[in-house]
Design a protein around this ligand. Structure first.
Ligand SMILES: [Zn+2]
Length: 434
């Protein structure tokens, strides 16, 4: 029997604020000496009181709008209780009943609509290290502003889950609310995975369990973890057994997920409103102000490229995802200055070195291409120049970059100005480093 995947994602992101979430500690904690960015509040010492960071609240609302959510007029912070060494207060300040943002969605390039249940704000925990039978704790991360995006269990493939996560990464970067560097722990993923029959899928019935895989810190990791979990759960179901609701971790060495602990239900956390933090109330003028500060987002930009710039679907997608976003503004300037949109996009996407050129230089490249000499001809000229300039070649090989400029000049001269200096530079470096 073939089972269908039902996957929900939780995306955690460190917000790019100057200070931590509930105290005045510097939030630039990356690569810093352990336990140097701490105070009584983020150490969870008795009597210390939290003061919410308004910048973090605004950033969360901006992100919520970017993800097509409704911003709640009333919101508050709750205490989520659990016991763990990296959480000395015995509770995490989070949001449960009235998150800042709810009911959003994001449409993937595949056309699939991903429903977002909520976007809420909370504090991060400290970090534990297990070394030589001891556990060490670094509190720098404790109290970092953490936004959590929760989707409904709508993903049918891990490919879509990865595509969604990449889109989130692009959006938070465009909004400048997070750097979302996964290697620094600024973006972490959790996947809730369950399997169901085709019949359940068509009737939109969810399984009565979910297995949560926490702390996924790369897209590749997510693919492998989810695939291995699908295999494991299929086998359990095929043998007629029930799947236990639990948290599992992915072990890269064995390529399998391992049981970590039984998963809590919401009522186990004993949520209640944090009595130290007054509830938040936002008026319409304030919320509209956030709306007007929203820049054009990648998915809106994609439509603009297709309609206003008459660019193909394929190139519109490429220019509004990941690295493409770095040159989309340049693309628009070049086209506005008369460059052909498809050729400009191809040039910028296929030759990264052209992204540092000015609009004029790119137009020149685009219009000049037709009367340029062929690459094979250029290679002959380049090899001749190399053969005739032994000294410059030797100097280049000892690291003198000035001699490369000299060689480029010689090739340009011999090609009678019909060569593209960017190509000449690449050709020379390629040949000389062989
Ligand atoms: Zn602090």
């Amino acid at each position: 029997m073939e089972y269908k995947l039902a996957l929900g994602l939780e995306v955690h992101l460190h917000l790019k604020t100057a200070k931590k979430m509930f105290c005045g500690c510097d939030a630039d904690i990356y690569g810093k000496e352990p336990n140097t960015h701490v105070c009584p509040t983020c150490l969870g010492l008795p009597g210390a009181l939290p003061v919410p960071n308004f910048d973090a609240v605004k950033m969360t609302q901006l992100l919520g709008l970017g993800l097509n959510c409704t911003l709640n007029n009333n919101s508050h912070f709750d205490r989520k209780h659990y016991f763990y060494p990296d959480l000395p207060k015995g509770y995490q300040i989070s949001q449960y009943k009235q998150p800042l943002c709810e009911n959003g969605f994001l449409i993937l390039d595949s056309g699939e609509k991903i429903e977002i249940e909520r976007v809420h704000l909370e504090e991060d925990t400290a970090k534990s290290f297990h070394e030589g039978g001891k556990t060490l704790i670094d509190f720098n991360k404790s109290g970092m502003p953490l936004v959590e995006i929760v989707t409904r269990p709508v993903f049918k493939t891990v490919v879509d889950a990865v595509a969604f996560s990449k889109k989130i990464q692009d959006i938070v970067r465009v909004l400048k609310v997070s750097d979302a560097d996964m290697e620094k722990g600024q973006m972490r993923l959790e996947a809730n995975i369950s399997l169901r029959t085709s019949e359940m899928e068509s009737k939109k019935i969810l399984p009565d369990y979910k297995v949560e895989i926490k702390n996924i810190n790369s897209f590749r990791f997510m693919e492998k973890a989810v695939e291995s979990e699908i295999k494991r759960q299929s086998e359990v179901l095929a043998s007629g057994k029930k799947i236990k609701q639990e948290n599992r971790g992915f072990d890269e060495k064995s390529g399998k997920t391992l049981s970590q602990r039984d998963k809590e239900e919401a009522h186990d956390y004993r949520y209640f409103p944090d009595p130290d933090i007054p509830p938040m109330e936002f008026d319409q003028t304030y919320l509209l102000g956030i709306n007007t500060s929203l820049p054009q987002l990648p998915y809106q930009l994609k439509e603009t490229l297709k309609t206003t710039y008459k660019l193909s679907e394929k190139n519109s997608i490429s220019l509004t995802n990941g690295l493409g976003l770095l040159c989309v503004n340049l693309f628009m300037r070049v086209v506005e200055s008369g460059g052909d949109s498809e050729r400009t996009a191809n040039l910028l996407l296929n030759r990264p070195e052209t992204r540092d050129l000015t609009t004029e230089q790119i137009i020149k490249l685009l219009t000049g291409v037709s009367n340029k000499i062929k690459d094979t001809e250029l290679e002959i000229i380049t090899n001749e120049v190399i053969a005739k300039n032994d000294d410059a070649v030797k100097e280049f090989k000892t690291g003198k970059m000035g001699s490369l400029e000299f060689l480029i000049g010689q090739v340009m001269k011999n090609a009678k100005g019909k060569a593209d200096p960017v190509i000449v530079r690449k050709m020379l470096t390629d040949i000389l480093s062989k």
